[in-house]
Design a protein around this ligand. Structure first.
Ligand code: ZN
Length: 480
C-alpha cells in the first residue's frame, strides 16, 4: 500500500487512484530560457521513480509534464519582461528559437539521467485557446474581471484560496507587492491574461485584445485537458506551492472543474548553503556535471536523500555517491558474468537475501517514496550477495538476483541503464583482450620474434591503442 505525503492535507495518506488501475500525474515542467541545472533534475527524477514504481505494480500511468514557453514573467507580480523574450533579446534569436533550444537541452540532460520522457509534454503556447476558454468561464462565473485589456482572477471571490499553502488573507496580502498595479481590484489578484505592450513579441488575439496568458493558467488548462477533472496527482517544486499551485487550484475549481486529489512537492537543492537558481547564478549546470562525471552518479546522489528534505550539494557527497554507485553496479555486473557459467542450483543465503530485499524495498518506497531507504536495502543485499558469491551460488539464485537488479535497481530506481552496464562490461573485456595481446607481444620479443611483436604494436596503434613500455611492464590507453 503506497502512502504519500499530501501537501493539501499535510499528512501521509494512502494513494488511491480515482479509476482503479489508472493513474494520472501532472508535474510542472521548466520555463525554457536557460540550460538546466542540478536543482531542475530533482523533481523529474523523483516523479520518474514514482511513475516507475506505480508501473511496476501494474498500474497504467499517464505522466504529463509541461513546457512553459510563454507567460512566465521576470517579476512574479504580473509585471516585467517575459523570461523567454528577455533571453531571446540577449541571444538575438526568436523567442520560439529560445524555447526550442532549451527544451531540447532539458530533455537531453534528463535522458542522460535516465529519466523517462513524459507521455505528454504540452507546450503552453500551443494551448492558448484552452487557456482563453478557462478564462472566459471564470469571467462568466464572476471569479475574474477584465481591466485595461488584461484579465485578473478575483481572489476575494474564492474563499478557498490559501488552502494548499495554508496562508491566510493577511499573509497573502503581505506577500503581494507593495506597488500594486492600479487596475487590480485587490493586491492579491493575479493575471489570467495580460495585455501585450507594443514591444512584447509573443502575442495572440483574444476577446480582450492582443495579449498573452498568465503563467498559472497554463498548468490548470493543460492538466485538465490531458488528465480530466479530479485527476490523481499534481507535483512540483516546493517554491511553486504559492502562488503558482494555489492559483492553479483556484482557477480550475472556481470554473467548476474539480482539480488534483494529491499534491506532492519536492524540496530544494542547495549549493554553498543557498538554493540553486538561475536568477542568482548559484548553480551547477547538468551539462558541466556530465562533462566530468557519469550522469548516473548525480541521479544516485539525488535519490540518496528523501525528496522532501533539503539536499545540500557537495563534491564530497558526489564522490561518496560515485563510490556507492560503483559498489552496486559492480555487484550487478558480477552476477551477470557469473550467470554464464554457474552450476545449476540454489543458494539458501542468497535466496533469503533476495526475499529481504524485495520486502524492504517495497516497504521503503511505499512509505512516501523513501528512496534513501530503498537504496539502503540494496546495499544490505549487496553485502549478503558478496558473501554468497564466495560460495559459488547456483544459477537459480543468480537468475533471481539478476532479476531484482534489473527490475528494482533499473526498472524502478532507474539506476542501471544498459548504456552504463555495457560501458562497464565493454571496458573490462577490452582491458582483458589488450592485456592478452601485450603478453603475446612480450613473449615474441623475448623469443626475438621482432616481426610479430612490431606487428602487434602497429596494429594496436592503428586501432587507437597507445602502448607504453614501463619498468612495471607495458601500459596502455585508448587515444581517440
Ligand atoms: Zn505549473
Amino acid at each position: 500500500m503506497l502512502e504519500l505525503y499530501n501537501t493539501l492535507t499535510r499528512q501521509k495518506e494512502e494513494f488511491v487512484p480515482g479509476t482503479p488501475g489508472y493513474v494520472g500525474i501532472y508535474a510542472c515542467g521548466p520555463t525554457v530560457y536557460g540550460d538546466p541545472h542540478l536543482g531542475h533534475a530533482r523533481g523529474p527524477i523523483t516523479y520518474d521513480v514514482l511513475r516507475r514504481w506505480l508501473g511496476y505494480q501494474g498500474l497504467k500511468v499517464r505522466f504529463v509534464s509541461n513546457i512553459t514557453d510563454v507567460g512566465h514573467l521576470v517579476d512574479d507580480a504580473d509585471e516585467g519582461e517575459d523570461k523567454i523574450q528577455r533571453r531571446a533579446t540577449l541571444e538575438r534569436l526568436e523567442p520560439m528559437e529560445i524555447a526550442e533550444k532549451y527544451t531540447w537541452s532539458y530533455f537531453d540532460e534528463l535522458q542522460a539521467l535516465n529519466v523517462l520522457r513524459p507521455d505528454i509534454a504540452p507546450r503552453a503556447a500551443a494551448h492558448i485557446i484552452e487557456q482563453q476558454v478557462l478564462t472566459q468561464e471564470l469571467i462568466a462565473k464572476g471569479h475574474a474581471y477584465e481591466a485595461g485589456g488584461s484579465v485578473y482572477f478575483s481572489v476575494k471571490s474564492w474563499p478557498d484560496y490559501g488552502q494548499l499553502s495554508g496562508r491566510d488573507l493577511e499573509e497573502q496580502a503581505a506577500g503581494a507587492r507593495v506597488e500594486v498595479l492600479e487596475e487590480k481590484r485587490d493586491p492579491r489578484d493575479f493575471a489570467l491574461w495580460k495585455k501585450a505592450d507594443p514591444q512584447h513579441l509573443m502575442r495572440w488575439p483574444s476577446p480582450w485584445g492582443e495579449g498573452f496568458p498568465g503563467w498559472h493558467i497554463e498548468c490548470s488548462a493543460m492538466s485538465l485537458k490531458y488528465l480530466g477533472e479530479g485527476f490523481d496527482l499534481h507535483a512540483g517544486g516546493i517554491d511553486l506551492q504559492f502562488p503558482h499551485h494555489e492559483a492553479e487550484i483556484a482557477q480550475a475549481e472556481a470554473a467548476g472543474h474539480p482539480f488534483a486529489h494529491y499534491w506532492m512537492h519536492h524540496n530544494h537543492v542547495l549549493l554553498n548553503g543557498q538554493k540553486m537558481a538561475k536568477s542568482t547564478g548559484n548553480l551547477i549546470l547538468l551539462s558541466e556535471l556530465r562533462a566530468k562525471n557519469e550522469p548516473m552518479y548525480a541521479r544516485f546522489y539525488l535519490l540518496g536523500s528523501h525528496y522532501r528534505s533539503v539536499l545540500d550539494f557537495t563534491n564530497e557527497g558526489l564522490e561518496a555517491a560515485k563510490n556507492g554507485y560503483l559498489r552496486l553496479i559492480n555487484a550487478y555486473r558480477e552476477v551477470r558474468r557469473r550467470l554464464e557459467y554457474a552450476p545449476e542450483g540454489h543458494h539458501q543465503g542468497l535466496e533469503r537475501a533476495i526475499d529481504t530485499l524485495e520486502h524492504d524495498f517495497a516497504e521503503a518506497l511505499n512509505d512516501d517514496l523513501n528512496t534513501p531507504q530503498a537504496i539502503a536495502a540494496l546495499f544490505e543485499f549487496v553485502t549478503e550477495l558478496n558473501k554468497a558469491l564466495t560460495e559459488k551460488p547456483g544459477k537459480g539464485s543468480l537468475a533471481r538476483a539478476e532479476k531484482v537488479f534489473s527490475e528494482l535497481g533499473e526498472g524502478v530506481l532507474g539506476l542501471f541503464p544498459e548504456r552504463v552496464l555495457e560501458k562497464q562490461l565493454g571496458g573490462e573485456l577490452l582491458d582483458g583482450l589488450v592485456k592478452m595481446l601485450l603478453a603475446v607481444r612480450e613473449e615474441a620479443r623475448q623469443n626475438r620474434n621482432f616481426r610479430l611483436s612490431d606487428q602487434i604494436r602497429d596494429r594496436l596503434i592503428e586501432l587507437g591503442v597507445q602502448v607504453e613500455d614501463t619498468r612495471e611492464g607495458p601500459k596502455w590507453k585508448v587515444s581517440l
